[in-house]
Design a protein around this ligand. Structure first.
Ligand code: SAM
Length: 173
């Protein structure tokens, strides 16, 4: 089970970034994406609409109590932060731990992430020690953990892409 928790969503300001966190999580096979911060039903609905059309079994929901979401998660909890341990040094350790634990919670922030998060996860991991983006950090992290495997099949899709050398091709299913 792969869950992604997006902390501190700010309505208006973060709509696009939060949506892309959800879509990135979906592309890399997340079973669940949970948003915390401002409750934003239109941002969540826009992702559900994409799932309805493009398929997949992912659950997308809001949770006010992010502390509860983290503390009650049974499995490996990883917080992505520029201040964390370097991914190049951690990826083998993480894969080892995941062969026992199976379930993975990946946490990304928005602005300032409370210290509590750093202290209540198994690992704080950086994707480079420079500030960049939760979307980039999530994509690179999941790609490393999954050793380059990119999900291709999405159940119940109404539409899918026909990969093409030179044009936009889709087919209704
Ligand atoms: N000062 C923040 C931090 O702690 O990483 C940067 C804020 S950034 C706008 C929002 C989120 O992107 C962070 O909470 C973190 O999850 C992710 N992020 C940004 N840079 C990262 C990096 N180099 N490594 C891992 N995650 C990063």
């Amino acid at each position: 089970m792969l869950e992604v928790l997006r902390l501190g969503h700010r309505h208006g300001r973060d709509d696009r970034i939060s949506t892309h966190v959800g879509l990135t999580a979906r592309q890399w096979g997340a079973d669940e994406v949970v948003f915390s911060g401002d409750e934003d039903s239109s941002m969540i609905q826009s992702q559900r609409d994409i799932v309805d059309r493009w398929g997949g079994e992912i659950s997308i929901r809001y949770e006010n109590s992010w502390r509860k979401e983290i503390s009650e998660f049974e499995g490996l909890r990883v917080h992505l932060t520029m201040y964390g341990e370097r991914i190049n040094e951690m990826e083998d350790v993480l894969r080892d731990r995941l062969s026992d634990e199976k379930d993975l919670l990946v946490i990304v922030g928005a602005e300032k992430v409370p210290r509590w998060v750093y202290e209540n996860v198994e690992f704080n991991v950086s994707v480079g020690n420079q500030p960049h983006s939760e979307i980039a950090a999530l994509a690179v992290f999941l790609d490393r953990v999954k050793e380059g495997e990119i999900k291709q099949e999405f159940d119940r899709a109404e539409i899918e892409v026909e990969p093409s050398e030179d044009r936009k091709l889709t087919r209704e299913k």
